[in-house]
Design a protein around this ligand. Structure first.
Ligand code: ELE
Length: 207
């Protein structure tokens, strides 16, 4: 899959923190049922890569990416687990080189103009803007448009159903990411119906 195909399939990208491996497949199914197919599984928990493998195997309609990739070794492990794309919170020169070499569709994280320029040096023009609200939110992305009209962003961090529409109004926003679709208490309780409801609401946010 190409990065553009992934972008076309997404509007809100759920940032999933999977604590219990057995939650991965039902959680992914609940999101897909609600119309959210492009999923980011973070490496914040030990279960992350096993969750990717399980969802790739059992939820064929999902498009599965790995988030929180911070090192080339994590990138390699993500590809081995079946990641269809990657996401990082920030971008070091070492990680950028590994991303470019791997050819894996990727949303490298940036929060400043210098970081945007460093990622552009690697030839990548789609970036995760993180932490979106704390780093300047809508105003910052509007300001990025002047010097970087070719760059498209997936803002993540502090975004929810209330403020997401403000981001979708920006021409340089292709999707938004967030953890609000997968509240910890709902996942812990196995309340998949509620997750499907949140996914349906989120899927309707992008005009
Ligand atoms: O773990 C990662 O890979 C990250 O980069 C951070 C997440 O994308 C944000 O923490 C999600 O933000 P919230 O929606 O505000 O919870």
């Amino acid at each position: 899959m190409t990065l553009d195909q992934i972008i076309d399939a997404t509007s809100v990208m759920p940032v999933m923190v999977v604590d219990r491996p057995e939650d991965a497949v039902p959680l992914a199914r609940a999101l897909v049922e609600g119309g959210i197919r492009v999923l980011e599984i973070t490496l914040r928990t030990a279960a992350g890569l096993d969750a990717v493998k399980a969802i790739r195997r059992d939820v064929p309609d999902a498009i599965v990416g790995v988030g929180t990739i911070a090192t080339p070794a994590q990138l390699e492990a993500s590809i081995a687990a079946g990641a269809q794309f990657g996401v990082s919170p920030g971008t070091t020169p070492t990680l950028l080189k590994a991303i470019v070499d791997s050819k894996l569709p990727f949303f490298p994280g940036v929060a400043t103009t210098t970081e945007v320029m460093q990622v552009l040096e690697g030839g990548l023009t789609v970036m995760k803007f993180f932490p979106a609200v704390a780093a300047g939110g809508v105003k910052m992305l509007e300001s990025f448009r002047g010097p970087f009209p070719q760059v498209r962003f997936c803002p993540t961090g502090g975004i929810n159903a209330q403020n997401a529409p403000d981001f979708f109004k920006l021409p340089n926003v292709v999707c938004v990411g967030g953890s609000w679709l997968t509240p910890k208490d709902r996942v812990a309780a196995g309340n998949w119906a509620d997750i499907t409801r949140l996914a349906k609401e989120a899927a309707a946010l992008k005009p």
